[in-house]
Design a protein around this ligand. Structure first.
Ligand SMILES: Cn1ncc2cc([C@H](O)c3cccc(CNC(=O)c4cc(-c5ccc(F)cc5)cc(O)c4O)c3)ccc21
Ligand SMILES: [Mg+2]
Length: 214
């Protein structure tokens, strides 16, 4: 029945995953994305890099730009220590509606706050709305031409601190060339590229990890 891809993805989760088991939820999405219908989730291969960076940072407060169906939201939330929070930003109401159901199905809803709206509007409101001093970790996976303006916005709003880790998806495919130039040429970031592949594909892609130096 599911008329949109997100709805079909949700159906695949409800059919194949175990309620309350985050691992089974993102595995069901990976199976769907690999064998049924390609989908723009960070995926299992880049997901392992996300897992390792996240485990290393162990953030108390994390931000995700671009929820889509909640695949990386669930991947991140499952690894958060008790009391830690993930705020995820999605502007598309249809995506947000599916993501809320997938996040709930995985049982990680207590760790996740999904805010609906464009990142450019929401970032300046983070401090007042959520009482955030600064983020420990930021995952960028929304429109690739928003990576630079939103990174600058996070800086200007005082939402980054010495040691905040930014992890950006798709820096090769579809690509975020301006973002790579920005973080690699700025003295305020220490950047490293993690080579991988585009989700469910053999095409090269990778994640850029950038530590804000203050
Ligand atoms: C402003 N604002 N604030 C919040 C917010 C949230 C959104 C949505 O979540 C949204 C909607 C559509 C597209 C994206 C970006 N993602 C991609 O475009 C992408 C593409 C591919 C790929 C690769 C190869 C292809 F051939 C085709 C697509 C692989 C990937 O992993 C991707 O992440 C994100 C958008 C703007 C937002
Ligand atoms: Mg992506």
């Amino acid at each position: 029945t599911g008329s949109t891809q997100p709805q079909r993805m949700l159906e695949a989760v409800q059919k194949n995953a175990t309620k309350g088991d985050p691992e089974s939820v993102f595995s069901a999405i990976d199976y769907y994305g690999r064998h049924k219908e390609w989908a723009m989730n960070v995926g299992d291969e880049k997901g392992l890099i996300l897992d390792s960076v996240l485990t290393e940072v162990n953030p108390s407060i994390a931000l995700e730009l671009g929820t889509y169906c909640g695949y990386s939201t669930v991947r991140i939330a499952r690894l958060l220590s008790p009391g830690s929070k993930l705020i995820t930003v999605e502007f598309n109401p249809a995506f947000a509606a599916v993501a809320r159901q997938i996040i709930a199905y995985a049982g990680v809803q207590d760790k996740v706050t999904l805010v609906e709206g464009p990142s450019g509007d929401l970032i300046p409101k983070m401090k007042e709305r959520f009482g955030i001093k600064s983020f420990d970790f930021v995952f960028l996976d929304h429109w690739k031409d928003r990576y630079v303006p939103d990174t600058k916005l996070l800086e200007d709003c005082g939402l980054l601190r010495k040691g905040t880790v930014l992890l950006a998806d798709n820096v090769i495919c579809p690509g975020a060339p301006e973002y790579l130039k920005y973080v690699r040429n700025s003295p305020r970031y220490e950047s490293r590229y993690f080579k991988s592949n585009l989700e469910y594909s053999k095409v090269e892609d990778g994640l850029e990890k950038s530590v804000f130096l203050g």
